[in-house]
Structure formats: structure tokens, C-alpha cells
Design a protein around this ligand. Structure first.
Ligand code: ZN
Length: 240
């Protein structure tokens, strides 16, 4: 019996996973992979709702996306730091879930927690594989860490874009589950700068743009520092 997770999103705040890679989580679950979400904090600095309400909303959102598990590590919102104590908790989460692939924040972020989470998760993914690293759980190193580029404006070309067309409406539904956070007046959130549109319209525009880069209706962009391999150069997609 193998309860390990195939794709694990480890993000700073509840709702980050939905906003940044919710479509990818949904379509990956559709493919039969086990998808999980770890929220580093409870988002207790959020000005709306409460941590308890957000926790219930987060579970509902995870179900909509088809995630097999969701948990929070309860690290301090607004105070994430790449310290030994915080790394250890993330290492233990990695060892619990044993993910093949981890998705986390891009290395630069609008919110400082996002930037720190990126480094914290990358370091924990490596340390988790060290036999003598002092943390609970059996040593395990994921084979891949990928970084979400959703809504980022850095001059970084996505390493790849996931076609999220089949999961896009579920992404919006999962975002809507966070009713205490996003109401009819919400114009921006997380990495998405406000444009005057409602956040959901903004997400539709941005995800449609990402999708257009691979000739799909909707997509989510990702970056990896490693180069992607091609097995068959004649079978390359995305029409020139
Ligand atoms: Zn966040």
C-alpha cells in the first residue's frame, strides 16, 4: 500500500495553491496521480475571516481540486524564515508525503513569505534525503521541484506551461471556496496585481494568456532551473 503523493504543492498561505497552480492540481488529479497540498501557515494575518473559517474553506477547496490530502504546518504568517526549526518541519512534511514532484513559489515574490517559502521548500526537499538529518520520518528526496510563475512579471520565460483547460473552472470554484477571503469586491490577491477587474476575471485573463503560449485556452506557467529533456524532437508540440 503506497500512500505517497505524486504532486505536492507546498505554499505559504491557504489559497496560494489554488491561485497559483489550482488548474495544474486539478488536471494532474484527473490523470490519476495523487495530489496533495501543504500550507506552511494558516494565513492568520489575513484581514478577513478567521484561521478556523479558512481551514474549513481550505478543505473544501482541496476536495474540489481532487486533492488526496491537505494540511497546514502552522508556521507564522508574515514571519516565514529559512531557519533550521522551520526547515525541519518542512522536511518532516516531505518525508510524510514522499512526493515525486513538489511545486512551490517562484524564487522572487511580491509577498516576502512567498520568496522565503521558495527557498525553504527547496532546501527542505534536499535535506529530506539526507540519512542523518535530524527530523522524523524516513529519508526521502523528491525527484523534482518546480516553481510556479503564475502572475509573475519577471523576464523569465516559463520552462513549461501546463494545459489547464480541463481544470480551469474547478480552479475558480476552489478559489471561490475561500468565501471569507474573496468577495464581489476582490480585485487582487497574492501575486496577482489588481487591474480593476474582479480577481476571478483577472485570473481568467492571465491563465488564458499563459494557455495561449502553448495554443491552449488556459494554462499555468512553471520554471525549473534544470533544462527539460526531449525524447523525440519530431514530436515537439506548440506550433511554430
Ligand atoms: Zn500567499
Amino acid at each position: 500500500m503506497n500512500n505517497s503523493i505524486d504532486l505536492l504543492a507546498i505554499m505559504a498561505h491557504p489559497d496560494d495553491a489554488e491561485l497559483l497552480c489550482g488548474g495544474t492540481l486539478a488536471v494532474t488529479a484527473d490523470q490519476g496521480h495523487r495530489v496533495g497540498i501543504v500550507d506552511l501557515t494558516r494565513g492568520e494575518l489575513g484581514s478577513k475571516g478567521s484561521a478556523e473559517i479558512r481551514a474549513a474553506e481550505a478543505q473544501q477547496a482541496a476536495e474540489i481540486l481532487g486533492a488526496a490530502s491537505r494540511e497546514t504546518l502552522g508556521l507564522p504568517d508574515g514571519h516565514l524564515a529559512n531557519t533550521d526549526a522551520m526547515r525541519r518541519l518542512v522536511v518532516e512534511a516531505v518525508r510524510r508525503h514522499r512526493p515525486q514532484t513538489i511545486v512551490t513559489h517562484y524564487v522572487v515574490g511580491r509577498h516576502p513569505d512567498h520568496r522565503v517559502a521558495s527557498e525553504l521548500v527547496r532546501d527542505a526537499a534536499f535535506l529530506s534525503g539526507l540519512k542523518n538529518y535530524p527530523a522524523d520520518g524516513a529519508p526521502f528526496r523528491p525527484s523534482k521541484v518546480i516553481y510556479t510563475l503564475s502572475y509573475r512579471e519577471d523576464h523569465v520565460k516559463p520552462t513549461f506551461v501546463v494545459n489547464t483547460t480541463a481544470g480551469f473552472e474547478r480552479k475558480l470554484k476552489a478559489m471561490a471556496a475561500f468565501a471569507s477571503q474573496w468577495d464581489g469586491d476582490t480585485k487582487g490577491g497574492g501575486e496577482a496585481y489588481p487591474t480593476g477587474q474582479h480577481l476571478f476575471d483577472l485570473v481568467r485573463t492571465q491563465d488564458a494568456h499563459a494557455g495561449s503560449r502553448i495554443r491552449a485556452a488556459y494554462g499555468e506557467p512553471f520554471w525549473t532551473p534544470e533544462t527539460m529533456a526531449v525524447a523525440d524532437v519530431v514530436g515537439l508540440g506548440v506550433h511554430s
